[in-house]
Ligand binder design. Structure first.
Ligand code: EPS
Length: 418
């Protein structure tokens, strides 16, 4: 019994992540046959449109500054489990995004020894790690001699599967009146003016969709094109800034009660998990550090909430907190920002070392993109949609969309009485 007791306690203790009501996994190499996604925990009865998911995948592929790969791929989702006649079943949702480029990589990659032609594999092998990429640490960590074994999975190609997963989560959010939009606010040195106050999400989405850089302001989009042209000529790469807004977010998602329930931490973690993201801000973010409390905090006044805010009996004249206070959604539009570093694969490579010989040499070059900030804004939207769907299901539960809606209506009635 003395051995048994602690064992039972350990098994019962919730591990971080294990208790989550909605979860996903992706698999797939950049140049392998396909990317796979499994999303588990979606309630039944959520309308799911393939065209909606494909629309997000197409947005992710667009944008100037992308390399030759996007001319090969035509990303589209194949939903292979968990959905019937356009409605989720409550079972795990399985999805596939095929890599058309796989046709060019047979003989180099493949699970069985006979799949790989040693001469072709040697011709595509890499030994000069790119500074800023996963190459060096990945090769040491996993004890691989060919850096291809690392970069195939570290590649941001994986984000195609995450966008498909996020789009399915966005379908759930749309069904309960929550909308999410990601867009670009800076690309390299070019910064867009702030989105004009009180721009509705519909208007903003139209403006963002009209820009291949996914920036609301046409003049800034033109300047971004110029910056990408210059970086291309200089054989260099560009990073940028992304913003994600969500409207209709109910009061009370996330919690201050335990550190791993805080929604700000979970959103920041999800955004930081996107390839090449180096910083995240919530609301006015870093700027708050230089201001006084009276200039930062959003006053509370009686009255109807503003556009995009959840119903309640309180209005916030400002939203510097970005819709989150103490790790809990406060009903105001959610506003988060992420900074993407420039892509590490450079046509004019930085110094590196040949890992076979230990001799100094320049880093290897693989076909890549000059920038993928517009694509990253679509990925950021997807991961925010996932975290919000997860937090929503934690708060309201429900095995079907109808049950979730009833739970939300009951809560809303209580919110309006407070
Ligand atoms: C990437 C390198 C490029 C990108 C790729 C991400 O691919 P390739 O090595 O095949 O030229 O285009 O992004 C995608 C394939 C994608 O769909 O976003 C990298 O190294 O991360």
């Amino acid at each position: 019994m003395t051995v048994h007791g602690p064992r039972v306690a350990a098994a019962a203790a919730p591990r971080e992540g294990a208790a989550r009501i909605l979860r996903y996994l992706t698999a797939g190499e950049s140049h392998g046959p396909m990317l796979l996604g499994i999303l588990e925990g979606m309630p039944a009865g959520v309308p799911l449109r393939q065209a909606y998911v494909d629309g997000r995948l197409h947005r992710r592929q667009a944008g100037p500054g992308r390399g030759g790969r996007q001319k090969i791929e035509r990303d589209t989702v194949e939903i292979v489990a968990g959905v019937r006649a356009g409605e989720t079943l409550g079972s795990p949702i399985g999805l596939i995004v095929r890599n058309r480029d796989w046709a060019n990589w047979q003989g180099v990659l493949g699970p069985a020894p006979e799949d790989v032609d040693p001469e072709r594999a040697a011709a595509k092998a890499l030994h000069r790690p790119r500074p800023g990429h996963a190459d060096l640490a990945g090769a040491i960590k996993y004890d691989r001699t060919d850096l291809r074994d690392v970069l195939e999975r570290a590649s941001a190609r994986e984000t195609a599967a995450r966008v498909a997963v996020g789009a399915i989560c966005a379908e759930l959010l749309l069904a309960v009146g929550v909308r999410v939009l990601g867009y670009v606010t800076a690309l390299g040195p070019v910064q867009a003016p702030p989105v004009p106050p009180d721009t509705g999400l519909d208007v903003l989405e139209q403006a963002v969709d009209a820009s291949d850089c996914r920036c609301w302001d046409p003049d800034t989009t033109a300047a971004m094109h110029g910056a990408i042209r210059e970086a291309t000529l200089a054989k260099d790469t560009l990073g940028g800034l992304i913003e994600v807004q969500a409207v209709g977010v109910p009061i009370g998602l996330g919690s201050f009660a335990a550190s791993d329930r805080r929604l700000d931490g979970r959103l920041a973690g999800a955004l930081m998990s996107i390839q090449a993201i180096k910083a995240v801000e919530v609301g006015i973010g870093l700027a708050a550090a230089r201001l006084r409390g009276s200039q930062v905090h959003d006053e509370i006044v009686p009255g109807e909430p503003g556009d995009g805010a959840a119903p309640s009996r309180y209005r916030r004249p400002t939203n510097r907190a970005g819709g989150l206070e103490a790790g809990v959604s406060n009903g105001e539009p959610l506003l988060v920002r992420a900074a993407m570093k420039p892509i590490p694969t450079l046509l004019q490579p930085l110094r590196s070392v040949d890992m076979r010989t230990g001799e100094p040499i320049v880093a290897g070059y693989e076909r890549s993109d000059v920038t993928s900030v517009p694509a990253a804004s679509v990925v950021a939207e997807a991961v925010v949609a996932f975290v919000l769907a997860q937090a929503l299901l934690e708060k309201f539960g429900g095995d079907s969309l109808g049950e979730l809606r009833r739970n939300m209506e009951g809560y809303r009635a209580r919110v309006m009485s407070r």
